[in-house]
Write a protein that binds this ligand. Structure first.
Ligand code: FAD
Length: 107
């Protein structure tokens, strides 16, 4: 349904923007709170099959990597690509996540 797509686009915008704003040297508290956010987000995301699959993906050896902005941005890109693959969409080149979501394209 279209609201799952609209919700998805808006949510990815929020999630990638959070990685773009993440510190290069987060405190242990920030790292812990980020993991808590992702745990709760993946329970409350109001597309239940999406939420279940996201939780399963995280448990299957894809625990959030939140030690710095680069790792968190890469991890989020990988999470998004897992959904892209599931939906038969093109994978995104994760070397370019920061250009897309933080610094702007440098063409
Ligand atoms: P989106 O996938 O929403 O992407 C928006 C923009 O992000 C793209 O235009 C591109 O510029 C950029 N982008 C694309 N891939 C990446 C990447 N890997 N890293 C960084 N930037 C990228 N939909 C379902 O039908 N079933 C599901 O199970 C499902 N699970 C989801 C789980 C989560 C956690 C979220 C947030 C969304 C989920 N969705 C799911 C929604 C789905 O991922 C898309 O958001 C939706 O289909 C709209 O797709 P879109 O083609 O407009 O672009």
């Amino acid at each position: 349904p279209p609201d799952v797509e609209q919700l998805g686009r808006s949510s990815w915008t929020l999630l990638h923007a959070m990685t773009a704003a993440y510190p290069e040297r987060p405190s242990l508290t920030q790292q812990m709170e980020t993991k808590q956010f992702l745990g709760l987000f993946s329970k409350m995301y109001p597309c239940w099959v999406c939420a279940d699959d996201f939780r399963t993906w995280m448990k299957d050896g894809n625990e959030p990597r939140v030690s710095n902005r680069e790792d968190f941005g890469q991890w989020m890109c990988e999470a998004h690509n897992a959904v892209n693959v599931k939906l038969g969409k093109q994978s995104f080149d994760c070397k370019r996540w920061e250009e897309r979501w933080r610094t702007g394209w440098k063409d």
